[in-house]
Design a protein around this ligand. Sequence first.
Ligand SMILES: [Fe+2]
Length: 213
Amino acid sequence: MIAVSEHRVEQHFPTTVLIRTFAAVSELNGSLQQLFDHLEQNPSGDYTNEATLPVNTTQGGYQTKSGLRVLELDHPEIRQLRQEIVMPSIEHYLDDVLKVDPLFTPIEISSWVVSLGAGDWQAPHFHPTEYTLISGIYYVNVPKCTPPEGTLEFINPNLNAVSLGQQDASRNHQPKSGQIILFPPYYMHYVHPMRLDEKRRVIAFDVRLKTQP
Ligand SMILES: [Fe+2]
């Protein structure tokens, strides 16, 4: 018998997702809910509902323009969200996953709001914008509903392995309030329809490499 001199199993090209859940954020999320309730109930300018546009993947519900910078609004709760939740999570992803030093990686962040109520859902899509490094979602409010209602479904980017029966076609994520999830911008995803009338509200964002000074 010829001896094996090396044996190993490698994972090639993983799709890396970072999930962090924050403690004691109900007060912060309550303030964010109030702020976004106000914007949603008085839609004008940048806060007009774009979910009604046929090109939008949000079906029903409310969505601001995807190119907005909601995370730069001048409100103390938005500042806290950005400084204590979003930025540290982005820095972890840059450092742990993309293996670049956050201090020497100039980035800019676009961010927008998506609210889904009874009967609303989000069609499959991804965020393929040039120089986008990371896509992410912060869950301001996720109603207590029974999966798959309101869950986030990721589509396996390795469709060859799906067609050969080696891998699952999708992977489900059950989000909760106060959680942030970061993933590659090419990772296709959709949101299962809501049945409850309570708003499922998130801030979605894209992190892009800053190419202009
Ligand atoms: Fe998305």
